[in-house]
Each structure stands twice: as structure tokens, then as C-alpha cells.
Design a protein. Structure first.
Length: 238
């Protein structure tokens, strides 16, 4: 018998009968170790196809678990035997306990930040204004090197600006964030993607702080979402 495994939890979560998993199967709880259960469903295939329907089904089940407890989401596509899942939990007991401790009582909140693409060109131009500019008398090699110098200076300036925004936002969110995982892509309009681990009890203050931060920076566009399962802070898989 094969199972599709969605997540691990510290206590059996309530699963409404109407919740459907991969392939329309009904998820159930499987006891795996002391203080660890798995949320699984029967699965007849050897692997789960990566499709919008299957990805949404995986996320739907984990989201229902999140409604009552903080799960450790498993990677999409975890098709295993019961014995393998039990072996994984038993051999990773200490690591899983530490992972539960890390995210217990928390949810993941997401913030993406967009800046004006036209402003990126202005930043690059300003960064390249210092120093000599290749004139008509210079050869193509010198002109190429000057263009590369301007590009490098502009890239460095954008990187510094992106990192400064990331640090500023983390400071504004303050103590309500237990951990953060932030990626910046200074060359793109959506230049910052942040995941923030927030205690459920602090969600009200987190949202208030985020609203204040958004009001401070009308030059930026913020896309906020959540709460989500702590995918960025706990994902594992047998």
C-alpha cells in the first residue's frame, strides 16, 4: 500500500469529511511516533504528477491542518509506504522535535515589494555619472568597458537599495517576527520576496506594523498575504 503524505503534526488535527486530497482521496491521520502524526491519503500510483490540481489539493489539506495546529509541511510529491514514513520519522526524531519547536504556534506571512521599473534606469544612470565618459575619439573597446563600468555601478546601487529596503522592513516589523527568509532580485520590478514567521497571537500587531510600513513608503508597492503553513521554515520529506 502506498500513501501520499501531506504534513506532520504534533496532535491529530480535525479533518472535515468534505476535504479532498490528491486524486480526490480523503485524508486521514496516521500515528507515527510519540507526539507525531502524519496526514496522509491512500494513493495507487508510484508518483504524483505535478499539476495545478494536485498542487492545490496538497496545499488545501495542509491549510486545513493549519486551522487547528502548526504543521510541518512535507514536500509536494511524497509518495511512500507506511513503513518508510515511520522509518523517516523515527530516524529524524530529534530534528523533527527541533522543527516543531521552531514553528510551534506560528504561521508564515508573505510580503512582496515592487518598485518602479523606470526608476531602475534612473538609478543606473545616476550611478554611472561619476568618472570619465567615453567620447567620440575613444575606440569601441574603451566604449564597451565604459558601458560595463556603468552597468556594474548601477547593479551595485540597486543591490544596496534592495538590501536597505529588506533591512528597513524587517526593522519595522520588529519583535513580532520570530524569523524571516528574504530574497532580493534588484534587476526585477518585484525585487523583494519575504517570508516572516509570526506567532498567531502577534498577528494583529504584525498587520498593524506592516500597514505603518506601507504608509511610510508610497514609492513602493506591497503585496501581502497569509497566514500560510510555515513552508519556508520547516519543509521536509521522507
Amino acid at each position: 500500500m502506498r500513501l501520499y503524505a501531506y504534513c506532520l503534526a504534533e496532535a491529530p488535527p480535525p479533518l472535515p469529511p468534505a476535504v479532498s486530497g490528491i486524486g480526490g482521496a480523503t485524508p486521514r491521520v496516521l500515528s507515527l511516533d510519540v507526539g507525531v502524526v502524519g496526514v496522509v491519503s491512500d494513493f495507487p500510483e508510484e508518483r504524483a504528477a505535478v499539476s495545478p490540481e494536485n498542487v492545490l489539493a496538497h496545499e488545501r489539506v495542509v491549510a486545513h491542518v493549519l486551522a487547528s495546529t502548526t504543521p510541518l509541511p512535507l514536500r509536494f510529491g511524497a509518495v511512500v509506504s507506511p513503513a518508510r514514513l515511520e522509518s523517516y520519522v523515527g530516524s529524524h526524531r530529534d530534528a523533527l522535535r527541533a522543527a516543531f519547536e521552531r514553528v510551534r504556534g506560528c504561521v508564515e506571512m508573505s510580503v512582496k515589494v515592487i518598485w518602479d521599473v523606470a526608476d531602475l534606469g534612473a538609478v543606473g544612470g545616476a550611478a554611472g555619472d561619476a568618472g570619465p565618459v567615453a567620447g567620440p575619439s575613444t575606440g569601441p573597446g574603451a566604449a564597451f568597458l565604459e558601458a560595463k563600468r556603468r552597468q556594474i555601478l548601477g547593479d551595485e546601487t540597486r543591490r544596496e537599495r534592495a538590501d536597505a529596503v529588506a533591512g528597513w522592513l524587517r526593522a519595522r516589523l520588529g519583535h513580532v517576527v520570530r524569523e524571516s527568509a528574504v530574497q532580493t532580485r534588484p534587476q526585477e520590478a518585484l525585487f523583494l520576496a519575504g517570508a516572516y514567521l509570526v506567532e498567531r497571537a502577534q498577528l494583529g500587531e504584525y498587520r498593524e506594523r506592516l500597514r505603518g510600513a506601507c504608509a511610510e513608503r508610497p514609492d513602493l508597492r506591497f503585496l501581502a498575504s497569509g497566514p500560510w503553513p510555515p513552508y519556508s521554515f520547516s519543509q521536509a520529506g521522507p
